[in-house]
Design a protein around this ligand. Structure first.
Ligand code: NAP
Length: 255
């Protein structure tokens, strides 16, 4: 696996959701450095424009598109905008997500709509928007879903019940869309990170403290340790890999 090959993803157009911070920002930079043209999507357009400027200065190709995952009626226009600027999307990275550290019996209906809308309904409908275009054009493609280890392990601490449910559904979505679209040569794959440094994690640390001391390797890993998994899942090397969610947790969770 040649992680630093600037031509690895040449010809690809990647749409990365939640690219304004954290893992998504990192993923956008990594895909661009590997030769993909990248559309960075999020609500905070000032932040995605700043990242686009960095990527462009480094010789890559990147544009920003506004996306609010809770508003599916806007998805077609967002994908149109990315396509008009860069060409048809070949790779969708469903990265954006919101945490929700509230005990289940305290969850309001409005908050449930927000968390499910952002973490599940949005990625499902956006995948259908992008996948539907690939199918209509007879183009192969990739969809990478960013789930979470909480999809598979739940300790109750910190409380993230609804978040965990949405991430488990995203893992199942990976499996069922992979079956649905196998004949269309669309690979649907995922990764399930453990706890990594990001803004979301900084928010959790401010609520419940830094968990590093309790982790087997005594650290919260840097997001760069997800690079190779992302590049594997988006590159020709994984052509036959679909319906799989790769766990990357630095040994944090039991098996
Ligand atoms: N960090 C970890 O340890 C960890 C572990 C497991 C899984 N994950 C998953 O990794 C993904 C990225 O998380 P992160 O840790 O990098 O968190 P983050 O820094 O808080 O980033 C979250 C991203 O999601 C975007 N977003 C939130 N609501 C949105 C909406 N309605 N529409 C469009 N974009 C929206 C945010 O952009 P705007 O606010 O600008 O819209 C932001 O770019 C999430 O799905 C998270 O569940 C993270």
């Amino acid at each position: 696996m040649r992680q630093r090959d600037p031509h690895l993803l040449e010809g690809q157009v990647a749409l990365v959701t939640g690219a304004s911070s954290g893992l998504g920002e990192r993923f956008a930079r990594v895909l661009a450095a590997a030769g993909a043209k990248v559309a960075l999507a999020a609500r905070r357009t000032d932040r995605i424009e700043a990242v686009c400027a960095d990527i462009t200065a480094a010789g890559g190709t990147a544009v920003g598109v506004r996306l609010d995952l809770t508003k599916p009626e806007t998805f077609a226009a967002t994908v149109d905008e990315a396509q008009d600027k860069l060409g048809p999307v070949t790779t969708l990275v469903n990265n954006a997500g919101v945490p929700y550290g509230v005990r289940p019996h305290k969850v309001s209906a409005a908050d449930a709509d927000l968390v499910i809308g952002t973490n599940l309904r949005g990625p499902f409908l956006l995948s259908c928007e992008v996948g539907g275009r690939m199918i209509a054009d007879g183009r192969p493609g990739r969809i990478v879903n960013v789930s979470s280890m909480t999809a598979f392990h739940y300790s109750g601490t910190p409380t993230a019940a609804l978040y965990s449910v949405t991430k488990a559904a995203l893992a199942r979505m990976t499996e069922v869309l992979a079956v649905e679209w196998a004949r269309n040569r669309i690979n649907v794959v995922g990764m399930a990170p453990g706890m990594f440094h990001s803004e979301m994690m900084a928010g959790m640390i401010s609520r419940v403290g830094d968990p590093s001391d309790q982790l087997p390797r005594g650290r919260l890993p840097d997001p760069s340790l997800l690079d190779s998994t992302l590049l594997y899942l988006t590159s020709p090397a994984s052509e036959a890999v679909t319906g799989t969610v790769i766990k990357v947790d630095d040994g944090q969770f039991g098996r």
